[in-house]
Design a protein around this ligand. Structure first.
Ligand SMILES: [Zn+2]
Length: 118
């Protein structure tokens, strides 16, 4: 079966499990892959940290209520959270670490809660 190097595309001759033509191609491919995934992780971590700071600033006590407009104005991104907590009655809280939020009244308002971390 014909195979090409994952890095440079050169046709590979030899063992069937060979993916690169040489160590140099293997190294540059792996370095690139690691760099990309690190950037991805860094970007998501930054996003989560920003969300966390926003929740913390809006919820200095343990519990409060805010509006969706305020969260959006602070540049909160609803796509990034670290966990979901569903209560027995089916209420779903979204958490960014120990700061949680819960949409109320169809999503115009949000309850903000801080979870006690043991
Ligand atoms: Zn190569």
């Amino acid at each position: 079966m014909e195979k090409n190097c994952l890095e440079c595309g050169t046709r590979i001759i030899g063992r069937a499990d060979k993916k690169f033509c040489n160590d140099s191609c293997r190294n540059s491919y792996n370095n690139k892959f690691n760099k990309d995934s690190k950037n991805l992780v860094r970007n998501i971590n930054n996003r989560l940290r920003k969300n966390y700071r926003i929740l913390e600033a809006l919820n200095p006590g343990e519990k409060t209520k805010t509006t969706k407009a305020k969260l959006i104005a602070a540049d909160f991104d609803f796509n990034y959270f670290t966990s979901i907590y569903t209560t027995k009655v089916g209420t779903v809280y979204y958490f960014v670490y120990d700061q949680g939020y819960l949409p109320l009244d169809g999503g115009e308002y949000y309850a903000l809660v801080q979870r006690k971390v043991k």
